[in-house]
Write a protein that binds this ligand. Structure first.
Ligand SMILES: [Zn+2]
Length: 246
């Protein structure tokens, strides 16, 4: 029986979670009373392929920039729609915006990147970096740069949700196969994993929760797979069988 208890303990620690992007546990300067953060897109889009594979093909004949704007709006919506978080992000077009980590503007720009293997990157800048004595954990500027190379619509969508996640304050949970913020996710579905949802909800906790949605949020936080659930009940099953034999 001792072995069974040890086994149960080992299995029950097999949950993954999410990580902050840095030890400062940074967040955007959004508050439940003032919850909106703006991102400004420079209006330049990469060359987008596979337009018929996204948004029911509604944009298959649209110019790259029109689809890009839609992808950007949907990418922030994936985060905004988390019920347990109050954070509300909006995307506006500003053709004058540039990547400048000191202008306190969250810019989204398209540019040729040195490495072809990088699709995009986010650069969160902390208030304490620029103002001595300031609240170190506030991200007062987060610029996202997207490669101007050719990209499929679905990859671009996935990448943007991921990069916006960094601006939100989330890092890479390396051993998490379910998180969109992780590198090892098995699917490229443009939907948040349970731990992505847990992360944004922890950093920007909504005061009022819809009870039904809260139930869903609670029940899926651990990231444990159905497989680990089977491992969890197996020892119990065997010990019950043994007792019967006795
Ligand atoms: Zn990343």
């Amino acid at each position: 029986m001792k072995f069974h208890i040890l086994f149960l303990l080992l299995i029950s620690t097999k949950s993954y979670g999410w990580v902050h992007i840095s030890q400062l546990k940074p967040k955007l300067p959004a508050y439940s009373s003032n919850d909106t953060i703006y991102f400004y897109w420079d209006g330049v889009a990469p060359s987008i392929t596979g337009k018929d594979n996204i948004f029911n093909g509604d944009y298959q004949y649209a110019p790259d920039s029109e689809l890009m704007y839609q992808i950007l709006r949907q990418a922030v919506t994936r985060w905004n729609e988390v019920e347990a978080s109050y954070l509300n992000m909006q995307v506006e077009i500003d053709t004058d915006v540039v990547s400048d980590s000191t202008d306190s503007l969250n810019a989204i720009v398209t540019s040729s990147l040195e490495s072809e293997s990088i699709a995009a990157y986010a650069l969160p800048r902390y208030l304490g970096d620029d103002n001595e004595g300031a609240d170190k954990h506030l991200i007062h500027d987060c610029d996202i740069t997207i490669s101007s190379g050719t990209v499929s619509a679905n990859d671009l969508y996935y990448t943007l949700i991921h990069e916006i996640g960094h601006c939100v304050g989330l890092g890479h949970p390396h051993s998490n196969y379910g998180a969109l913020m992780g590198y090892s996710r098995l699917s490229r579905m443009p939907s948040l994993g349970a731990d992505d949802i847990a992360g944004i909800s922890y950093i920007y906790p909504a005061e009022k929760l819809d009870v039904e949605n809260f139930k869903v949020f609670c029940s899926t936080v651990s990231g444990a797979s159905p497989y680990s659930f089977i491992l969890f009940i197996l020892p119990l099953f065997f010990s019950l069988c043994r007792k019967k034999e006795d």
